[in-house]
Write a protein that binds this ligand. Structure first.
Ligand SMILES: NC(=O)c1ccc[n+]([C@@H]2O[C@H](COP(=O)([O-])OP(=O)(O)OC[C@H]3O[C@@H](n4cnc5c(N)ncnc54)[C@H](OP(=O)(O)O)[C@@H]3O)[C@@H](O)[C@H]2O)c1
Length: 242
C-alpha cells in the first residue's frame, strides 16, 4: 500500500457512489483521513466501514449540497472535527439528458445548484484556511462536456463549462498561496450517473472508464510535486464507445 497522503485530510463531495466513492477509497488507502459528503447516509456509513476495515480513517457528513445555506454550518462542523483540510475534491454532480425544449426550469436549477453553485460555496469554505496554511489542493471533477457542447446535454454542458472557467480562474487566483488547483475531465464513466436516463446507453459499460481510473488521476493531482501542478487531466475511454 502506497502511503503518499499520510497526515493529509481530504474532503470529498458526492462520496456515496461512483467516482467520489472510488476517490475516497483510493485516498484512504494512501493514508489520508477522508471526509465523506453526500445525501445517502447509509451508503456513506457502508463506505466508512469498508475504509476502516482496511485500516483507514473516514468521517461521514451527510448533506444536500443543493441547500446552499447548509454549506457553511456543514464546514464549521468539519473544521471543528478535523482542525484543518488539506485536499478538497468537488465531485458531486448531476445531469439531465434530453432536448433543450423539454428540459424543465427545475432540472436547470438542480443542475446549476449542485454542479456550479455548490462548487463555489464549498470552495469558499476551504480557501481561507488553505491560504492561511499556505498549502492545499483543490480538485474539481469537470467533464468532457465542459470542453465541447453535446446534443441533448445543453444544460449539463453549460454547467460543466462553468466548472472549467471557475477552476481555471481559481488556479490563477490561488497559485501565489501555494494552493494547487486541478480539473479532471472524464468521458463516459461506469457509475450510477445514468440511472435516471430513459434513453439506452451507448456501447457496453465494460468499455467505459472505471471509477478506479479517475481515482488514480485524482491521486496524481493530490500527491505530485512540490513545484508543479497538474492543472488539467482529460480521461477518455481507451476504446471508442460505439
Ligand atoms: N459518469 C460519467 O460518465 C461522468 C462523466 C464526466 C463527468 N462526471 C462527473 O463526475 C461526478 C461524479 O459523478 P458519478 O459519475 O460518480 O455519478 P454518481 O455515481 O451518480 O455520483 C454522484 C454523486 O453526487 C452526489 N450527489 C447528488 N446530488 C447531491 C446533492 N444534492 N448533495 C450532495 N451530494 C449529491 C451523489 O450522492 P447522493 O445521491 O447520496 O447525494 C453521488 O455521491 C459528477 O460531477 C459528474 O458530473 C461523470
Amino acid at each position: 500500500m502506497d502511503a503518499t497522503l499520510t497526515n493529509k485530510k481530504a474532503v470529498i463531495t458526492g462520496a456515496s457512489s461512483g467516482i467520489g466513492a472510488s476517490i475516497a477509497q483510493k485516498f484512504a488507502e494512501a493514508k489520508a483521513e477522508v471526509v465523506l459528503i453526500a445525501r445517502r447516509k447509509e451508503r456513506l456509513m457502508r463506505l466508512k466501514e469498508v475504509i476502516e476495515e482496511k485500516g483507514g480513517k473516514a468521517h461521514v457528513f451527510p448533506a444536500d449540497l443543493c441547500e446552499g445555506d447548509q454549506i457553511q454550518p456543514l464546514f464549521e462542523d468539519i473544521f471543528r472535527k478535523l482542525g484543518h483540510v488539506d485536499i478538497l475534491v468537488n465531485n458531486a454532480g448531476v445531469g439531465f439528458y434530453g432536448p433543450v425544449h423539454e428540459m424543465t426550469p427545475e432540472e436547470f436549477d438542480r443542475t446549476f445548484h449542485l454542479n456550479v453553485r455548490a462548487v463555489f460555496l464549498v470552495t469558499q469554505q476551504v480557501v481561507p484556511f488553505m491560504k492561511k496554511q499556505k498549502e492545499g489542493v483543490i480538485i474539481n471533477i469537470g467533464s468532457i462536456s465542459g470542453k465541447r457542447g453535446m446534443s441533448n446535454l445543453s444544460v449539463y454542458c453549460a454547467s460543466k463549462f462553468a466548472v472549467t472557467g471557475f477552476t481555471e480562474s481559481l488556479l490563477e487566483e490561488l497559485r501565489a498561496d501555494n494552493i494547487k488547483v486541478s480539473l479532471i475531465c472524464p468521458g463516459l464513466v461506469n457509475t450510477e450517473f445514468f440511472r435516471n436516463r430513459e434513453q439506452p446507453l451507448r456501447g457496453s459499460v465494460e468499455d467505459y472508464i472505471q471509477g478506479e481510473d479517475l481515482a488514480d488521476a485524482a491521486l496524481l493531482c493530490a500527491n505530485g510535486s512540490q513545484t508543479a501542478t497538474l492543472t488539467e487531466i482529460i480521461v477518455r475511454p481507451r476504446r471508442p464507445i460505439a
